[in-house]
Ligand binder design. Sequence first.
Ligand SMILES: Cc1ncc(COP(=O)(O)O)c(C=O)c1O
Length: 346
Amino acid sequence: MKIIDMRSDTITLPTDEMRQAMYEAELGDDVHREDPTINRLEELAAHMMGKEAALFTPSGTMSNLIAVLTHTRPGDEIIVGSEAHMFWYEVGGASALGGVVMRTVPNDQEGQMDPGAVEQAIRLENIHYPQTTLLCLENTHNRCGGAVLTPEYTSAITQLAHQYGLQVHLDGARIFNAAVALDVPASELARPVDSVCFCISKGLSAPVGSLICGTREFIEKARKWRKMVGGGMRQAGVIAAAGIVALQKMVSRLAEDHTTAQRLAYGLAHIPDISICPEKVQTNIVIFDSPPAISGTEFIQRMDAQGVRFINRGERRVRAVTHRMVSAADIDEALERIDRLVRELG
Ligand SMILES: Cc1ncc(COP(=O)(O)O)c(C=O)c1O
């Protein structure tokens, strides 16, 4: 039985071209900035984000942490969405290691925070208050079903934050999915913000890595924080080489993942007892509710036994992510297996 794994786009394996590039990569010690392959990847990343400089890190989690460490001081308050990956899934690193308070503002289903609510959350000078210094955005928005933030929204909310002297960091782990969905360059989505990070290890299929981009001055400081948290990786050009292939060859094909996500979403809408709004699916993440007859956990376990893998998002909520290793035929096969289980449940 073929396993159809839709738990995440992080499961994608490197392409043959990536493996070849890794084999041939020119290497050096990156802590001394002597790895030519990393230097090339950082230049390419900065160029694609329209920023002055970039820094290669091992993961999106470390990029977000370094961004917080660079933008803030211990005791500051930062504003994050109530559904932000930084708030839910990064082990509270911003608070534990950065010493900042994370203040949440509700995310709506589109991954947006209401500008009025953000404005209310920004603290004005008062001896009793921590200082609010950073606003964090996420595009695409993981827990909000891969929703896309438009350049207009990003500009407006960033302008508001800047008016109050805050910096703005964009967690753009899947920013290229947003760029492809909106048919705009990623630099357009990153233009308003002070720093942006993105992952090469998700839909772009590289095995490891993330890049933070910003001004030259910001990246110089970030480089020192990366060293402190143990992210100086020496001959890591061996993985950066795959990242260069990811950025040059794998971006436009993300559209295929969005098409398979639509195929899955509209297919699920035809299965009785599955609850989904297929028109809400914008990129490669599909969120749906499993049948009421069983819990979400049981649904996932029973589908796993049928070779279809999802992850649980609480109660009956299920998340599926499409990627390069799931074809349209796989989606049809997965839909058949889901339909069979739902019929068995009666
Ligand atoms: C929006 C978002 N930010 C950050 C991350 C963290 O990336 P990593 O798994 O590389 O630490 C993820 C991972 O899924 C994510 O979805």
